[in-house]
Ligand binder design. Structure first.
Ligand code: NCD
Length: 304
C-alpha cells in the first residue's frame, strides 16, 4: 500500500506518468467517469480549506466514486480527544482512500502508519502540501511544455508557506532551475532550505523588491501571508500588504511569464491582473482536479 506524504515520494519518472495520466483525463474525461465506481474517498480536514477538499471530492466524483468526511476538527471526534491514529483505523473500515489535512506537522504521517488504506497528506501545518505541488508541477508542465530550464520567483510568505516549501523541494530534481526568493526579511525562506540549496549547488537569490527581478522571471509564484501561523496580529497587519502585484508591475515582465498562486488570494494580486493571459491561477485550480484524479487512481492501483 502506498501513501503520499511528500512530493518526493514519487520519482521523477513516476511523476511524469502521473502527469501524462492527468493530461489524458483532461482531454477525455468521459473515459474515466466510472473508473472508481464502488470506491469511497474520505476527506478528513482538521483545518479550513476550500480548494483542496472540494477538488479532492470533485476528483473522486468525476471518477464515479463517492465521498464522505468532515471539514472541521470541531465536528469530528478529535474534539473529544481521539488521536489521528485511532480515527484513521476507524476510517479504514469505511473508505478506500483518505485525504487528510491537519494543523500539526507530521499528523498525516502518524495516521499513515496505522492506516489500512492509502493516506494522502492534504497539508500538514507549515510543513508540506504535496498535492498542491503536484498541481503546480502539472500546471507548469502543461503550459510551459517542460519542467526545468527556468527562473522562478517565489514571492510573499516564504517562511510559513507550506506550498512554497513543497514546491522548492520538488523542483530541485529538475535541471537548470534558478530560484529567486522575494520576501520581507521577516518572512524569508527557512535556513534549512537555503542550506540544502547551497549544499546541492543550486542557484538562488534573495531579494526584497518584486520590481528588482520581474524582467528575469519565467514563473512567478505568489503566496498570501499565512495569518493563522503568526504569533501576533500586529506583525501580520504590518506585513500583509507588503506585495501587491498589479498591472504596472507586470508590465516589466516577459510576455510568456506564468503567474501562479495556490489560492486563496487575499490582497497580493490585484484583481485587475486576472484578465492578463499570463495569470494562470484559476487554470491552476482546474489542473488540481485532474492531478488528484490521477493520484487517486494511481494510489488505488486501478489500471486504466
Ligand atoms: C494553500 C494551503 O492550504 O497551504 N491553499 C491551498 O491548498 N490551495 C495556500 C494557502 O492557504 O495560502
Amino acid at each position: 500500500m502506498r501513501h503520499l506524504m511528500n512530493p518526493l515520494d514519487f520519482s521523477v519518472e513516476e511523476l511524469d506518468k502521473l502527469f501524462d495520466l492527468a493530461n489524458r483525463m483532461e482531454a477525455d474525461p468521459a473515459r474515466y467517469a466510472h473508473a472508481c465506481e464502488g470506491k469511497k474517498l474520505a476527506t478528513c480536514f482538521y483545518e479550513p480549506s476550500t480548494r483542496t477538499r472540494l477538488s479532492f471530492e470533485a476528483a473522486m466524483l468525476n471518477l464515479g466514486g463517492q465521498v464522505l468526511g468532515f471539514s472541521d476538527a470541531a465536528s469530528s471526534s478529535a474534539s473529544k480527544g481521539e488521536s489521528v491514529s485511532d480515527t484513521i483505523r476507524v476510517i479504514s473500515c469505511y473508505a478506500d482512500i483518505c485525504a487528510m489535512r491537519h494543523p500539526k506537522e507530521g499528523a498525516p504521517m502518524v495516521a499513515a502508519e496505522r492506516s489500512g488504506i492509502p493516506v494522502i497528506n492534504a497539508g500538514d501545518g507549515g510543513h508540506q502540501h504535496p498535492t498542491q505541488t503536484l498541481t503546480d508541477l502539472l500546471t507548469i508542465r502543461s503550459l510551459k511544455g517542460r519542467l526545468g530550464g527556468f527562473t522562478i520567483g517565489l514571492c510573499g510568505d516564504l517562511k510559513f508557506g507550506r506550498t512554497v516549501h513543497s514546491l522548492i523541494n520538488a523542483l530541485i530534481r529538475y535541471s537548470d532551475i534558478r530560484f529567486i526568493f522575494i520576501s520581507p526579511p521577516e518572512l524569508k525562506v527557512p535556513d534549512y532550505i537555503t542550506d540544502m540549496l547551497t549544499e546541492k549547488d543550486i542557484a538562488y537569490e534573495e531579494v526584497i523588491r518584486l520590481e528588482d527581478c520581474m524582467p528575469d522571471l519565467d514563473l512567478l509564484y505568489m503566496t498570501r501571508v499565512q495569518r493563522e501561523r503568526f504569533f501576533n496580529e500586529e506583525d501580520y497587519v504590518r506585513l500583509k500588504d507588503f506585495y501587491i502585484l498589479d498591472k504596472a508591475k507586470l508590465s516589466a515582465a516577459k510576455d510568456d511569464l506564468l503567474v501562479l498562486h495556490p489560492l486563496p488570494r487575499v490582497n497580493e494580486i490585484s484583481v485587475e491582473v486576472d484578465d492578463d493571459p499570463r495569470a494562470v491561477y484559476f487554470k491552476q485550480a482546474k489542473y488540481g482536479v485532474y492531478v488528484r484524479m490521477a493520484l487517486i487512481l494511481t494510489l488505488l492501483g486501478i489500471e486504466e
